[in-house]
Design a protein around this ligand. Structure first.
Ligand SMILES: [Fe+2]
Length: 147
């Protein structure tokens, strides 16, 4: 799977660039392939404290309290297993959500006020949800879950 990064804003798309960046409206030509755009733990079997502070944790809830009737799938994400700091100089800037590797939404977070977490209510029954978080110091980190 190709990882494409927008030179205008750093937004990540998978496999194919959109006509215009869905975050900053830069043209398709602003996207370039960057295989190292997403950070990975050096050893997935032995995560460091830094890994645990950055890899998103995803919780999928099939019963939604806000939109009843069984048609809503809640996707909660927090960064990370050890809660990341949200201070002026070091914080999680945003969480990008994807379904089946297509970008669907970005949630912006502010330091001090927000926890490093967000939730979306999806009208989707199955597939793969991907969350990419951007730390202003440590870059992009990704996690996935089945819906
Ligand atoms: Fe960080």
């Amino acid at each position: 799977m190709k990882t494409l990064v927008c030179k205008g804003c750093g937004h990540i798309e998978f496999n194919e660039a959109p006509e215009k960046c869905l975050v900053c409206r830069s043209p398709k030509t602003a996207y370039e392939e960057k295989s190292d755009a997403i950070q990975k733990p050096a050893n997935p079997a032995a995560l460091t404290e830094g890994d645990k502070k950055h890899i998103p944790q995803i919780v999928v809830v099939k019963e939604c309290g806000l939109i009843p009737g069984g048609c809503c799938t809640d996707v909660h994400a927090r960064v990370g297993e050890i809660e990341h700091v949200m201070q002026d100089k070091h914080y999680i800037r945003c969480l990008d959500y994807y379904v089946d590797y297509k970008f669907i939404s970005r949630v912006w977070l502010s330091p001090n006020v927000c926890h490093p977490a967000a939730a979306l209510h999806l009208n989707v029954k199955g597939g793969t949800v991907t969350v990419i978080e951007n730390c202003n110091v440590h870059g992009n980190w990704m996690a996935e879950a089945k819906l």
